[in-house]
Design a protein around this ligand. Structure first.
Ligand SMILES: CC(=O)N[C@H]1[C@@H](OP(=O)(O)OP(=O)(O)OC[C@H]2O[C@@H](n3ccc(=O)[nH]c3=O)[C@H](O)[C@@H]2O)O[C@H](CO)[C@@H](O)[C@@H]1O
Ligand SMILES: C=C(OP(=O)(O)O)C(=O)O
Length: 425
């Protein structure tokens, strides 16, 4: 079993570079299938989700090269093969293959997606969108079957603001006949990134980044070259790390505008945040004050940063309340932080954290991706050696995390340990 071991309580210093956005990458790669010639995407993060998608696209017949973050996908020989099982279950974003394959072939069969367990993750709004475009959708033995004689643009009002549904409907609509209008669309930067790629492939999309997106279907899409946006969640994780364990840290390759909700909260706590064009500098933070946080759709405070942020709150004076309005079960880090002497409890959709607490090393388990990131931050400030298990969750979303943290002076290593066999006679 592979684990991370961290010898904590060392102040970190220097510059850390942010990779390309995971939540964009996992949509850009399926989007490339819609082209009729090669698509090159630069700056991709080297994370498990990207490698898994590469394998899935190869299963479908795509020819792919991936080196130094640049992936070239030649979709010329892709076929409409059903994908009910296997790699599909390893990530949530495999659901983007529904929109991409439906758009390209007017049919698809995709197993129900995986991803982090954060409470229910329904896809009813995706399905509502596909049906509105003319697809027949059925759930057969845990896989979604989509079939359409043709897709025709229409007006789709999303009942909940969903990043996944907004992108999936865009993917299905770019090759549909006529105009599709998505109302109450999500506004996340990753949606703009996907729309930019599709537009450069020849799609006609207006309004991405606002709550009304208009798509005029085109006959075909061609290859292009695209550079992915920086990962605002990875950047945010590093900003929180700088506040909790830093002695002056520069975060490089970040769009400060994308992390404004976090910047505002950090400042409210007493952290100084210096913003530059593509960099953020955070000097050593002192006298942190408790704050309340509520996660919201973009541009609100991201649900993905709530878990790492909870570690910072363990170091602030007073009681903080975190409310996650997006996911009902996204506080699994709190129990693990308690093992490390944090003072926190969960009550339904809220977590209450009181600080400051002197964190102590322990053996802990990453229950999901951002809980894992939270435990790394906790390990960096705790006295002693922390062991983090189930690190595959972390490696689904953070590129070269060990090397990046070691570059700041962190004592963190990835080691293989033997699993203890319990022999009951
Ligand atoms: C709005 C929001 O913060 N989205 C986050 C969400 O995206 P993700 O794509 O997972 O989730 P969505 O944005 O699609 O969903 C937002 C909310 O709508 C609900 N929903 C969604 C689709 C649907 O068909 N029906 C439905 O009820 C979800 O349960 C959730 O409560 O998690 C990702 C990974 O953690 C983050 O990167 C996204 O920023
Ligand atoms: C939960 C996340 O990922 P996924 O939606 O892929 O499970 C995340 O990016 O924080």
């Amino acid at each position: 079993m592979e684990v991370y071991k961290i010898n904590g309580a060392k102040r970190l210093h220097g510059t850390i570079k942010v990779s390309g956005a995971k939540n964009s990458a996992v949509a850009l790669i399926p989007a490339s299938l819609l082209a009729n010639s090669p698509v090159t995407i630069e700056g991709l993060p080297e994370i498990l989700d990207v490698w898994t998608l590469k394998e899935i696209l190869e299963e479908l017949g795509a020819e792919i090269t991936f080196e130094d973050g640049t992936m070239t996908i030649d979709p010329t020989n892709v076929v409409d093969m059903p994908l009910p099982n296997g790699n599909i279950k390893k990530l949530r974003a495999s659901y983007y293959l529904m929109g991409a394959l439906l758009g390209k072939f007017k049919k698809a069969a995709i197993g129900l997606p995986g991803g982090c367990h954060l409470g229910p993750r329904p896809i009813d709004q995706h399905i509502k969108g596909f049906e509105a475009l003319g697809a027949n959708v059925s759930n057969e033995h845990g896989a979604i079957y989509l079939r359409a004689d043709g897709l025709v643009g229409t007006k789709i009002y999303l009942d909940v603001v969903s990043v996944g549904a907004t992108i999936n409907i865009m993917l299905a609509a770019v090759l549909a006949k006529g105009r599709t209008i998505i109302e109450n669309a999500a506004k996340e930067p990753e949606i703009i990134d996907v729309a930019t790629l599709l537009s450069n492939m020849g799609a006609n999309i207006k309004g991405a980044g606002t709550n009304v997106i208009r798509i005029d279907g085109v006959e075909e899409l061609h290859g292009t070259k695209h550079t992915i946006i920086p990962d605002r969640i990875e950047a945010g994780t590093f900003m929180i790390m700088a506040a909790v364990a830093g002695d002056g840290i520069t975060i490089d390759n970040v769009i400060p505008f994308h992390v404004e909700a976090l910047t505002a909260k950090l400042r409210e706590m007493g952290v100084k945040v210096e913003e530059y064009e593509e960099k953020i500098f955070i000097p050593k933070a002192q006298n942190l004050q408790a704050v309340d946080v509520k996660t919201l759709v973009y541009p609100g405070f991201p649900t993905d940063l709530q878990q790492p942020f909870s570690v910072l709150l363990t170091q602030a004076t007073g009681t903080s309340v975190i409310t996650d309005t997006i996911y009902s079960a996204r506080f699994k880090q709190i129990d693990e932080l308690r093992r490390m002497n944090a003072n926190g409890r969960v009550d339904g959709r809220t977590a209450i954290v009181t600080g400051p607490a002197k964190l102590e090393a322990a053996t802990v388990r990453a229950s999901d991706l951002r809980a894992g990131a939270a435990l790394i931050l906790a390990g960096l400030i705790a006295e002693g050696e922390t062991e983090i298990q189930d690190i595959f969750h972390i490696e689904r979303g953070y590129s070269s995390i060990i090397d990046k943290l070691r570059g700041l002076g962190a004592d963190i290593r990835r080691v293989e340990i033997k699993e203890i066999e319990v022999n009951v006679e």
